[in-house]
Write a protein that binds this ligand. Structure first.
Ligand SMILES: NC(=O)c1ccc[n+]([C@@H]2O[C@H](COP(=O)([O-])OP(=O)(O)OC[C@H]3O[C@@H](n4cnc5c(N)ncnc54)[C@H](O)[C@@H]3O)[C@@H](O)[C@H]2O)c1
Ligand SMILES: O=C(O)C[C@H](O)C(=O)O
Length: 308
């Protein structure tokens, strides 16, 4: 199983590291446009192999896509991250051009590849890859919901003073400060609804903190986060590579599901060897439906900025 990670920056390197440590891929190619950068990251990571006990071969490439040939899965992390005070949507001007060029270069050398889009604004970048590559929808996956759900579980565990392994919960909707829809009424601690443990006010605070999870970290770090994003991407890559049939919220092209059409937005999907093998269309409460609709309007507005 060969995996390519485009962008050797913070998220790309973190994701390559987690993939290697889990040791399920035979090869990870990291590619970056910056001369020598991907080669350097690959060499540094390879020098952790004997310490961390993995056999995955990691190689680097300065913009030479022939080295990515016949990849099964490719992750696009190339592009600029936001700075404190910015929204993800503000990145569209630079990142759209990068994502368009990168996806077409990947496909030249790996016509059967499954693409995971990470660059922001992620839902719109996922839509762009659909519109410009014409790939079947199961092979284009936007990563956002897996990360947002991990942050939701972190905030729930914090509020309940519970171990995170006790918590289950999911965030759907757009991967944006305003567009996320944490499914608070479905979240549980060992199958008991979290509303049994937390007041409505505390749950609202958890949801609010979850939605600005990325912005909070950007404020603290001066650039956006990478450990949890890298871990979230590696979980999706593993689900596909190992045909796990695991469910994650991912940005996918909707054709009527959740009452939405011609939009990529986060909903639960089953991931296996074919990429997105099923969209799980769960019933939402009226309040959740309204939030999902509002989120979709935000994503559609950003999609309107694309030059297609
Ligand atoms: N979807 C998510 O949940 C999520 C999470 C975290 C970050 N992100 C996004 O991921 C992107 C990367 O974030 P980061 O922190 O790793 O940024 P970074 O600046 O650390 O790394 C980006 C890398 O992309 C490279 N690059 C730029 N243009 C390229 C091209 N045409 N081809 C190949 N490489 C190119 C740069 O040289 C750089 O090394 C940002 O857009 C960020 O907003 C998304
Ligand atoms: O917050 C960002 O801009 C990066 C990413 O989307 C995140 O949620 O960490």
């Amino acid at each position: 199983m060969k995996v390519t990670v485009v962008g050797a920056g913070a998220v790309g390197a973190s994701c390559a590291e987690y993939i290697a440590i889990k040791d399920f891929a035979s090869e990870v190619v990291i590619l970056d446009i910056k001369e020598g950068y991907a080669e350097g990251k690959a060499m540094d990571l390879m020098q952790t192999a004997s310490l961390n006990g993995f056999d995955t071969k990691i190689t680097g490439s300065t913009n030479d896509y022939s080295k990515t040939a016949d990849s099964h899965i490719a992750v696009i992390t190339s592009g600029i991250p936001r700075k404190p005070g910015m929204t993800r949507e503000e990145l569209i001007g630079i990142n759209a051009g990068i994502v368009k060029t990168v996806s077409s270069s990947l496909l030249e050398h790996s016509p059967n590849v499954i693409i995971i889009v990470v660059s922001n604004p992620m839902d719109t970048m996922t839509y762009l890859v659909h519109k410009t590559t014409g790939l079947p929808k199961n092979r284009i996956i936007g990563m956002g919901g897996a990360l947002d759900s991990a942050r939701f579980k972190y905030r729930l565990a914090e509020a309940m003073e519970a171990p995170i392994s006790d918590i289950d919960g999911m965030v759907i909707g757009g991967h944006s400060d305003k567009g996320m829809v944490p499914l608070t009424s479905h979240a549980t601690r060992n199958s008991i609804r979290v509303s049994e443990f937390l007041s409505d006010e505390r749950l609202e605070q958890v949801a609010a903190d979850t939605k600005v999870g990325g912005a909070t970290l950007t404020g603290l770090l001066g650039t956006s986060a990478w450990y949890a994003p890298g871990a979230a991407v590696s979980a999706l890559v593993q689900a596909i590579a190992c045909d796990q049939k695991k469910m994650f919220p991912c940005s996918t092209m909707l054709e009527g599901e959740y009452g939405l059409n011609d939009i990529c937005i986060g909903v639960p999907v089953i991931l296996g060897k074919n990429g997105i093998e099923k969209i799980v269309d769960i019933p939402l409460s009226d309040a959740e439906k309204a939030k999902m609709q509002e989120s979709a309007e935000g994503v559609t507005k950003t999609n309107g900025l694309l030059e297609l």
